[in-house]
Design a protein around this ligand. Sequence first.
Ligand code: 3Y8
Ligand code: NAP
Length: 249
Amino acid sequence: MSRILLLGGTTEAAALALALADAGRDAVYSYAGAVASPRAQPLPVRTGGFGGAGGMVRWCRDHRVAAIIDATHPFAAQISRNACQAAQVLGLPLLALERAAWQPQPGDHWIRVADMAAAARALIGDRVFLAIGRGELAAFQGLSQHLLLRLVDPPETPPLPGAEWVVARGPFRMQDDLALLRDHRITCVVSKNSGGSGAYAKIAAARALRLPVVMVDRPAIPRREVAETPEQAMGWIARHVPSDAKRGV
Ligand code: 3Y8
Ligand code: NAP
């Protein structure tokens, strides 16, 4: 039994999927199904919630999972809590592949806040770029500022009354985010402290334009073993998941 469940949805998860496929490991890539057309993966893919921690336990049992790799986004706290619980119930090895949080660089003007409600109270100026997706916009309702959103998929209905939006999927480039901030005369950027490179362009662009960034700290996730790179994760897998059968579901 050597099947790996890879909880994905990030740049690092895609890199690890490639390494696992190249090594001929028996692994399944799991998406939540949060966007219309997620990136294709070089592994068998399953999409959609498991039905809570209990559902994940059942899925792992039914599919003879030998280890769980949680390579989800640092703000995807619920799935990470579920993975911790499922691994404990099943006595499975669990590793989080989680990139380090961004640290402010010389020239950065960050206002660090604990959550989106605090972010909504910390805005500067009257034209704000809310580069946080669509999942946590409720905290920004009823504000006087002009809000610009960035969404992965075109919304069926306006996600926030009065807000403007662009539809784009990362990873983003610095020159594009520079142009976006300039064209929209942005006075302040709101960002999750996502880490990694895919979402960093706006942070570097804000620094270049001397704009403040309201930086939202990560939610708390139960302690678990963490690797910061796909290479470290492959080393952990080699030590904890003996390789035998071919992959497939
Ligand atoms: C569904 C599936 C890869 C992965 C690419 C990374 C980088 C580009 C930057 C901005 C910030 C944001 C958002 C973002 C980035 C990567 C990575 C990352 C931020 C896709 C993907 C899925 C999602 C879900 C989506 C959320 C949203 C968050 C947009 C794929 C493209 C804001 C996070 O419309 C929705 O419901 C979108 C939901 C969760 C946060 C939110 O609350 O809205 N990601 N993003 C995954 C699934 O179904 O399991 O890969 O195509 C993946 C990526 N998005 O393989 O290259 O690694 O983080 N994703 C944030 O960081 O703030 C955009 O606009 O500057
Ligand atoms: P979340 O709040 O932690 O999860 C909410 C529910 O979505 C989970 O309880 C689970 O449903 C389901 N789910 C989440 N990730 C899943 C996965 N990889 N496979 C199967 N089911 C999953 O997660 P989220 O913040 O909505 O993020 C959803 C996905 O987008 C994740 O894969 C994450 O890596 C990716 N993503 C998120 C962000 C972000 O800012 N949050 C950024 C980039 C990418 P059940 O309880 O029914 O199992």
